[in-house]
Design a protein around this ligand. Structure first.
Ligand SMILES: N[C@@H](CCC(=O)NCCCC(=O)O)C(=O)O
Length: 273
């Protein structure tokens, strides 16, 4: 039965046929002793309120889930942000102190899952760490601390302040004309938040950089030859997704792709843009 979603929603969905979006979790230690898998509720809210899908968080642990099971279980995937970084050995480099902390289980699930989903046209949307995972999955390298690069701003999350202050809009992103993002946003310049220390150093051969911050930091990518929806952004569109004029169309387009995947029994929507 159709249900009226919050006023900010632009369409009704039949809750019985919502596409199912797999949201990758991060590993946490609750009270410094209780291991847990969790994802931020901003992600689930964006998936429900804007994408019109059912969100299901899944553990990022190769001992718990397999790639074929995940591909069969979900209509699309959201690769969320996370404080731990992709391990540099995933892009042929040695770890240094600058690389910070890692989550090797999440690396071992996210990277092969991204490659498999993209190649079959199953929708994926990457956010922040998820953006970096998509980039590395398709051959990119990362710089561990971009604020140390000449001319770059500090993209890191402000250490203090309220959640609203941490997710405040802090830079523009200039989008390539004709890119999937210019198509989705209807403009070639948008304003976004920023909460990351790392960034793409060298893009992989199929990684198309579609958007840059004013300091030339890559902020939006797509994958050449991807038969379906394959988009990833370095910022956090899940924040205030139902109201933000940039987040909303991105999550709406992702939801449309997941709905099409579900309705077609697993065929990709024509690539966006
Ligand atoms: N660790 C990477 C990606 C940054 C990222 O995903 N930030 C969101 C973190 C939210 C939180 O603190 O849990 C980098 O630093 O570039």
């Amino acid at each position: 039965m159709a249900k009226l979603l919050p006023a900010a929603s632009v369409y009704y969905v039949d809750l019985m046929t919502r596409p199912i979006v797999g949201i990758i979790s991060n590993a946490y230690l609750i009270n410094d002793q209780y291991p847990a898998h969790a994802c931020g509720s901003m992600n689930t809210d964006a998936v429900v309120q804007v994408s019109g899908a059912m969100p299901l968080a899944f553990p990022a642990d190769p001992e718990v889930v397999t790639i074929p099971e995940l591909l069969d279980a979900f209509d699309g995937f959201l690769f969320t942000g996370g404080r731990p970084n992709v391990h540099p050995e995933e892009y042929g480099e040695e770890p240094t102190e600058a690389h910070g902390t890692f989550d090797r289980n999440r690396d071992r699930v996210a990277l092969p899952l991204i490659r498999a989903a993209v190649e079959r046209g199953q929708p994926i949307l990457g956010i922040c760490r998820g953006f970096q995972e998509v980039a590395v999955a398709f051959g990119s390298t990362l710089h561990p601390e971009i604020r140390e690069l000449p001319g770059r701003m500090n993209h890191r999350m402000p250490p203090d302040g309220t959640l609203e202050e941490k997710f405040a809009l802090r830079h523009d992103v200039i989008l390539a004309p004709g890119s999937p993002y210019a198509h989705v946003f209807g403009t070639e310049r948008v304003r976004t938040n920023t909460l990351h220390g790392q960034g793409i150093k060298v893009a992989g051969p199929r990684v198309r950089i579609d958007g840059w911050a004013e300091d030339d930091t890559p902020e939006a990518i797509s994958i050449d030859g991807a038969p379906g929806f394959a988009m990833a952004v370095q910022w956090h569109p899940e924040a205030n997704a139902a109201e933000d004029p940039v987040s909303r169309p991105l999550f709406a387009a992702f939801g449309e792709a997941c709905r099409a995947w579900r309705a077609s029994g697993g065929q990709p929507l024509r690539a966006v843009g």
